[in-house]
Design a protein around this ligand. Structure first.
Ligand SMILES: Cc1ncc(C[n+]2csc(CCOP(=O)(O)OP(=O)(O)O)c2C)c(N)n1
Length: 575
C-alpha cells in the first residue's frame, strides 16, 4: 500500500481504495484467485500485516474460505474478476441462505469491452439471481466509502453483500481520503444447524427467510443515501449507476440525476419519485438493460440506449448519440497486436506443436497468444481448465494428433479434475503443462506449485509431476522447452502413443528470470528470404525494407529459437 505522503489523502486506484476501505473497517480474512481487473485488491490487502490474505487455488475455494471465515466470526472479503464468480457460483448461490457471521463482501470486477477476459458479462444480474444486495461505486473514493456500508448491511441483514467494480473504476486513480483501522472485533460463532446445514428442509425455511430479508433490504435501499436524487435542470433526468453516472455527468453537468449506488434491491419508490420531477427520463447504463428492466416493470416512461450499446464499454463522448437514440458506431480496433515476450518459453512449445501438425486444445494464460498468426498453433480456448477437458472431446472425434495445453497456474486452478477424468475414462494422448512457474498473464502472482504465498513467504510446494502421476498419467516427462529440438522430439514420441502422457515444459518466465544472453548472429549472405524465422512471432525479429532480417539486440534475450528455425545457417548462435 502506498505511503500516506500528504496527510490524509492517497492517490489510489479503485482496487486499492476498496482494499484500504476494507482494511480500515477491520477486515481480517481475504481470499481470491488473480484476474484482471480485480488482482490488485488482494495484492493491496496482502501488504497489511493485520490481514490474513491468500491466493486460493481457484475462485470456488476462495469464496468458501472467505465465507466460512465470516461464519466463524471474522470480517471477510472475496474478490475476483467477473468470470471468476462463475467458478464460485455454487457456493455463491447458497451463500444467501446460510447468511454470515461477521460481515462478508463479495467483490466482482467486471470487464465491459472485454479488455482482458474470455467473455463480457454483467454480474449485476448474478446479484439478483443469488438474492444478494448489490452496491455499485462510481469512483475509487466511493469504492472505499461503500465498503463501510457493505459491512454494515452484511451484518445488519445477515447477508453477503456484492460490490461491483468495472475496469474503469478498478484501474482509475483518484485522491482518496484515508483513516485509521478500526479494531477488528471477532463475533461469537454459534452452532446453528438450521441456518448452517443446507439440507432440503433447512434450505426451504431459509428460502422463505431470504424473501423477508429482501423486502427489508428494499426498504433500506429506498432510504439509502447511496441512491441520490440530484435535482438541477428538470428538462432531462438521467438514471445511472457505476461509471456510467460519471460519463453522463461529465457531459451534462446541469441535468438532473438519479444516481444509483445501491442497485439491488432496486429503490423503486425513489425512481418513481424522480421520474415525476423531471420532464424526460433517460437511462444510461453499460452492458445489460438492468436498470431499464426495472423501470419497465414500474411502468416509468423513459428513453433507453439503442440496443447496440449493450455491447462494450460506454464513453463520455457517446452520450450525445445515445440521447439521439442513434446506433453505436463501430469502435476502432486496437492498434498494437499482443505478442509473447522475446524469449518466452511458451514459444518453442508451439513451434514443436506446429512442426508435429498438432490440433491443440488451449487454455487461458499468456500461452493463448499461441493462437495468433503467424504462430497459429492453438486451436480452441473456452475457459480455465478446458485445455484438458476439450482435449478429451476433440480426441474422441479426431482420434489422432490432438494435444491439450494448459499453464501451471491454470492446471492447479481447474486442470487437475480434467486430467483425472482423462485417466478414469481411459483416454490416451498428450497433455502439455506450460510451466513457467508463475501466473504470468495476470501479473506474476505465486500459486501452490511456486512454493510461495501471496505475502512472499515460503510454503509447501505442490510438485506437479507427482500430481500428474497420482491423477493417472502413464508418462510424465519434464523438459526445458528452450531446448527446442528435444521438445519437438518428445512431442513426436508421445503424441499418438497408446498411453496418457503429460509433458511438463518447465522454464521460468522471462519476466522473472530477467537474464539476457547474447543475440544470435545474422549472416545476410546465407539468408534465402524464406521468412520461416518470422513464423515464430518473436518481437525481436523483423523484416527490413531490403527484405533481409533484422535482429533487435535490445529486445532479443538470446533464446536462440530463431536459430532452430533457420535451415540455411543465416541465423547462428553467438557463442
Ligand atoms: C475463471 C477465471 N479466473 C481468472 C482468470 C484470469 N486468468 C486468465 S489466465 C490466468 C492464469 C494464467 O497463468 P498460467 O496458467 O500459469 O499461464 P501463464 O500466463 O503463466 O502462461 C488467470 C488467472 C480467468 N480468465 N478466468
Amino acid at each position: 500500500m502506498k505511503k500516506d505522503l500528504c496527510g490524509r489523502v492517497m492517490l489510489l486506484s479503485g482496487d486499492e481504495a476498496l482494499a484500504r476501505g476494507a482494511y480500515e473497517e477491520g477486515l481480517v480474512v481475504a481470499a481470491s484467485y488473480p484476474g484482471t481487473p480485480a488482482s490488485e485488491i488482494l495484492e493491496s490487502l496482502s501488504k497489511f500485516k493485520e490481514i490474513d490474505a491468500q491466493w486460493s487455488i481457484n475462485e470456488k475455494v476462495a469464496f468458501e474460505v472467505a465465507l466460512s471465515s465470516s461464519i466463524g466470526g471474522l470480517r471477510s472479503l472475496y474478490a475476483s474478476k467477473h468470470v471468476g464468480l462463475n467458478v464460485a457460483m455454487d457456493p455463491l448461490m447458497t451463500s444467501s441462505y446460510i447468511g454470515v457471521g461477521a460481515g462478508f463482501i463479495i467483490v466482482t470486477a467486471d470487464d465491459p469491452g472485454i479488455h482482458s477476459s474470455q467473455n463480457e458479462q454483467d454480474n449485476r444480474l448474478i446479484a439478483e439471481i443469488a438474492k444478494i444486495p448489490l452496491l455499485e461505486p462510481s469512483s475509487p473514493s466511493e469504492a472505499k466509502l461503500f465498503v463501510k456500508e457493505a459491512f454494515k448491511i452484511s451484518e445488519d441483514f445477515d447477508t453477503p453483500v456484492m460490490m461491483r467494480l468495472t475496469t474503469r473504476i478498478a484501474h482509475t486513480k483518484e485522491n482518496v481520503e484515508i483513516g485509521e483501522r478500526k479494531e477488528a472485533v471477532q463475533k461469537e460463532f454459534k452452532i446453528d444447524m438450521p441456518k448452517h446445514v443446507m439440507v432440503p428442509k433447512n434450505a426451504y425455511k431459509r428460502r422463505l427467510e431470504i424473501e423477508k430479508r429482501l423486502a427489508r433490504l428494499k426498504e433500506y435501499s429506498e432510504a439509502s443515501p447511496l441512491n441520490r436524487i440530484e435535482l438541477n435542470d428538470k428538462k432531462i433526468g438521467f438514471i445511472a449507476s457505476g461509471v456510467s453516472y460519471l460519463y453522463v455527468k461529465e457531459m451534462y453537468p446541469d441535468a438532473s440525476f438519479f444516481k444509483i449506488g445501491f442497485s439491488f434491491p432496486f429503490p423503486e419508490k425513489k425512481a418513481v419519485e424522480f421520474s415525476k420531477k423531471v420532464k424526460e427520463v433517460f437511462v444510461i447504463e453499460e452492458l445489460e438493460p438492468f436498470l431499464e428492466r426495472k423501470l419497465k416493470e414500474l411502468g416509468i416512461k423513459f428513453k433507453a440506449r439503442h440496443p447496440s450499446y449493450r455491447i462494450g464499454e460506454l464513453r463520455p463522448e457517446y452520450m450525445p448519440d445515445i440521447i439521439k437514440g442513434a446506433e453505436k458506431k463501430e469502435e476502432p480496433g486496437t492498434t498494437r497486436k499482443p505478442v509473447m515476450c522475446p524469449g518466452c518459453s511458451h514459444r518453442p512449445v508451439f513451434w514443436a506443436l506446429k512442426k508435429n501438425k498438432a490440433i491443440v486444445t488451449g487454455d487461458i494464460g499468456c500461452y493463448t497468444l499461441g493462437a495468433l498468426p503467424p504462430l497459429g498453433a492453438l486451436h480452441t480456448c473456452l475457459c480455465m481448465g478446458a485445455g484438458i477437458t476439450f482435449f478429451e472431446g476433440i480426441k474422441k472425434a479426431l482420434k489422432k494428433n490432438v494435444v491439450g495445453v494448459i499453464g501451471d497456474s491454470t492446471f492447479v486452478h481447474t486442470g487437475i479434475p480434467g486430467l483425472i477424468n482423462l485417466a478414469y475414462n481411459k483416454t490416451k494422448g498428450l497433455i502439455i503443462i506450460l510451466d513457467n512457474s508463475t501466473t504470468a498473464m495476470t501479473g506474476n502472482q505465486p500459486h501452490p506449485a511456486t512454493g510461495y504465498t501471496i505475502k512472499g513467504e515460503p510454503t509447501k510446494k505442490l510438485i506437479l509431476e507427482n500430481v500428474c502421476k497420482v491423477c493417472g498419467a502413464d508418462n510424465v516427462d519434464i523438459v526445458d522447452p528452450r531446448n527446442a529440438k528435444e521438445m519437438e522430439k518428445l512431442v513426436k514420441k508421445r503424441i499418438n502413443e497408446d498411453a496418457l502422457s503429460v509433458i511438463i515444459a518447465r522454464s521460468l518466465c522471462r519476466l522473472i528470470e530477467k537474464k539476457k544472453y547474447k543475440a544470435p548472429l545474422y549472416k545476410k549472405e546465407n539468408c534465402k528470404k524464406c521468412y520461416i524465422c518470422l513464423s515464430i512471432d518473436c518481437p525481436a525479429l523483423t523484416k527490413s525494407v531490403d527484405g533481409f532480417i533484422n535482429i533487435d539486440e535490445e529486445l532479443c534475450v538470446g533464446c536462440n529459437l530463431c536459430v532452430e528455425t533457420c535451415s540455411f545457417n543465416a541465423i547462428v548462435k553467438n557463442a
